[in-house]
Every structure is written in structure tokens, then in C-alpha cells.
Design a protein around this ligand. Structure first.
Ligand SMILES: [Zn+2]
Length: 400
């Protein structure tokens, strides 16, 4: 399966993947998924939102166990983010059949459409639409960098954009959703485990900090006469690092804009964007408040105006504890030690669906922690351990 997928959408220069929603590379991935489903004798269908489903057993029977992930990528993404979950789902089914497992609940394997949001700027469009967290009207109007709407792109790819929207009947037939994913971090590398179970997706948000001073000549303005917002910004960056360290959270200024942006000019405005994430919302609020206080204190000392605007916020996703603990138990080692349970700072379709159905995630060790990059990696032995773990979980949930 990896050999089939290897060349699809791979950029010859960067060796990264460019599998964007509703493009030719995406169509090739989807064709591959359909072929895998039919080869295995599964009933193949595409839902109203362009998500692909491969069914074993009767979907109408209800209480289905669903597993899968996505096949699209970020710009110059790695081979594992997404495809590892889809390939492992198919391989886990093969493994269960080889074990002679008897299914007592319907099983489905999915490929969710447009997970990364690389083309239209919003992540998890397929699952958001299905779960009713994105309206059809809003989705249809999303535009890519060339001004092409999502509706037009879907239509050109052979799907009906008028049909998209919330799909509660479909969700009502699902009893559990399990997504296997390459870990996007080093927790399993540090703990020495090939596979772990997700506890939660950390709450996260973006805040814009505007620092306003006075533009002036870099060669003629005495230091004591300056109102330089770059210094307040620098104080704020250091404060963010310190607040995050003290709270066990994350805080990053990764984007900055400067006016007038001249080498020989003291800036009039520095605008920096803070991305912050923490285990719980109270900690996150405390970190951001601490950064904001440090920015205002520094600004007051040097005559710099500070404005802070929250641009986005995503609340915590707590995966269902019953399913999470059941998975950790099913994956216990020979001494009865349950599989490690770990949180993540990254978003997933499983996070979106968790609002509507019991959802869980398995992570496979990533030896460098690098993700969203061609350097993303996982050892073959760990990938195989992931398949076995997923097969064990599906057997525990869906078989006699
Ligand atoms: Zn992913």
C-alpha cells in the first residue's frame, strides 16, 4: 500500500507531498482508496460531504465501529500524517480476517476529505460539515489562493456542492470512531513506547499584539529620546517563553510585521502574533494574561501603546474517558501495564467528531517528532505495532 501511495502528489524538488483537496493528486489518492475497498469486497460509498467510506456489514444496523484518517496533505507534508491511519485501518482489517475474527458490529474505514485545509484555509472541512460545525453556505464560499470557491472545486472533481451539509443520520449509526495517527511530537520517543492512546487535544488560540511607538531616524535619535516598540515586543517574546515554561504550556511568537520595516528606521509599529496552547483552558488563560501584563508593563515604562486582540480560540477536546481507558487496557503489555495515555497540541477529524460520537485516537511513535515536513518519519516496526494495536482495538470493540 505504501508503494502505491509513494509517488502520488510528491514534489520532485522538496520531496514533500502536495495533496490538496479536490486536486488531481487528491483524486489519485481517492481512486486508490476506492480500489482498496473494492479489492477487499467492502461496500464503497462517498457521503454528501465527499468523505469516503468502505463498509463491512450493514451500515443501517447501527452502532458501527469506524476507523480511518485522511489522505490529503499540508504543503510539502510528510508521507505519514493521514495516510498512516488509512493504510493501518486497511491492514488491521486484513489482520482481523487472518485471525478469523467474527464481527458483531458493522465496521467502516474512512478517508475524510480536506482535513489539512491547505487549499481553502480551514482544517477538517469534511468532518466539520458532517458534524454540523460548518454550515454548507459558509463552506461553499471558501476560496483558494486563485479565488476558486470550494463549491466550484468540488463540482470540477465530480461532486455535488449543493448536497453538502450536516449529516446527523450518518453520525447516529456510529457507535465509536478510532483514528490512528503518527505522533506529532516526541512523547512516545521519550517514554520508549511504540504506540500510545490520546487523552485530549489541548485548547489553543491566536492573539495579535500591536505595539505602537514613534518612527524616527536610527542615526540621529538619542537612545533616551526613543519610543521603540521593538524593545517592548522583545520583552514580550521573552515573557511568553517564561510564562509558558512556568505553566508547563506552549507560547510562540512565530509571525511578526514591522512598520515602516526599514533598516535605518526606529519602527512606529510592531505587530506580533502569539500562538499559545496548554493542557486546560484555565492554564491557557493564565499564560496569555501573564504575557499581556508583561507587554503592558514594558510598554508603560517606555511610552509604547499595547493592544491585544484574540483572533481565534479552540476549546479543549477531551476524548471520551470510557473508550480511552478501554483502549489503553486492550493495549496493555504482558505485565498488565496499560498503554501510555498522552495529550496532543494538534487538531484532527477525531477532535471534531468527538462532539457528536465517542471518539479515540492511537498515536504511533515518531522518532524525531517532526511533522508537516518531508522529514516526518516512523519506523516500520512501529507502524506494524500500530496495525496490531488497531486490530486489537477493533477486535475488542467490534468482534465476538
Ligand atoms: Zn493528520
Amino acid at each position: 500500500m505504501w508503494n502505491d501511495l509513494l509517488p502520488i502528489g510528491r514534489d520532485a524538488g522538496s520531496h514533500g507531498y502536495r495533496r490538496y483537496a479536490w486536486t488531481g493528486a487528491d483524486a489519485d489518492c481517492r481512486e486508490w482508496f476506492k480500489a482498496q475497498a473494492t479489492t477487499r469486497g467492502l461496500a464503497y460509498e462517498v457521503d454528501r460531504n465527499g468523505n469516503q467510506w468502505a463498509w463491512l456489514g450493514d451500515p443501517a444496523a447501527g452502532d458501527a465501529v469506524v476507523t480511518g484518517s485522511h489522505l490529503d496533505s499540508v504543503p510539502d507534508g510528510g508521507a505519514f500524517d493521514g495516510p498512516l491511519g488509512v493504510v493501518s485501518s486497511l491492514a488491521a482489517l486484513d489482520e482481523l480476517r487472518a485471525r478469523g475474527a467474527e464481527f458483531t458490529r458493522p465496521l467502516a474505514i474512512t478517508n475524510f476529505g480536506d482535513e489539512e485545509g491547505a487549499r481553502f484555509g480551514l482544517a477538517c472541512v469534511g468532518s466539520r460539515l458532517t458534524a454540523g460545525q460548518l454550515t454548507a453556505a459558509k463552506a461553499r464560499e471558501l476560496r483558494d489562493a486563485d479565488g476558486i470557491t470550494l463549491a466550484h472545486a468540488m463540482e470540477r472533481a465530480g461532486y455535488d456542492p449543493e448536497a453538502i451539509g450536516a449529516d446527523p443520520e450518518r453520525l447516529a449509526r456510529i457507535g465509536a470512531f478510532v483514528e490512528l495517527h503518527v505522533e506529532q511530537g516526541r512523547a512516545l520517543d521519550i517514554s520508549g513506547d511504540p504506540v500510545g492512546v490520546a487523552s485530549a487535544i489541548w485548547p489553543h488560540g491566536r492573539w495579535r499584539f500591536d505595539f505602537r511607538g514613534e518612527a524616527n531616524h536610527a542615526g540621529t535619535t538619542r537612545l533616551e529620546d526613543r519610543r521603540d516598540p521593538m524593545l517592548t515586543y522583545a520583552d514580550t517574546v521573552l515573557a511568553a517563553r517564561e510564562q509558558a515554561r512556568l505553566a508547563g504550556a506552549l507560547a510562540t511568537f512565530g509571525k511578526v510585521a514591522v512598520e515602516p520595516n526599514g533598516v535605518n528606521a526606529i519602527p512606529s509599529l510592531v505587530r506580533g502574533w502569539l500562538d499559545s496552547r496548554a493542557a486546560d483552558e484555565a492554564t491557557l488563560a493564565r499564560v496569555v494574561a501573564g504575557v499581556e501584563r508583561a507587554a503592558r508593563d514594558s510598554g508603560e515604562r517606555s511610552g509604547i501603546g499595547v493592544d491585544v486582540t484574540r483572533e481565534s480560540f479552540t476549546p479543549v477536546v477531551e476524548f471520551e474517558h470510557g473508550l480511552r481507558d478501554r483502549l489503553a487496557g486492550l493495549l496493555a503489555d504482558d505485565d498488565g501495564r496499560p498503554a501510555p495515555v498522552l495529550p496532543t497540541g494538534a487538531g484532527h477529524d477525531a477532535g471534531i467528531l468527538s462532539a457528536a460520537i465517542p471518539t479515540a485516537m492511537l498515536f504511533v511513535r515518531n522518532p524525531t517528532g517532526i511533522s508537516h515536513s518531508p522529514a516526518e518519519a516512523a519506523d516500520e516496526d512501529d507502524c506494524l505495532a500500530g496495525v496490531t494495536a488497531l486490530a486489537d482495538v477493533l477486535e475488542g470493540l467490534a468482534c465476538r
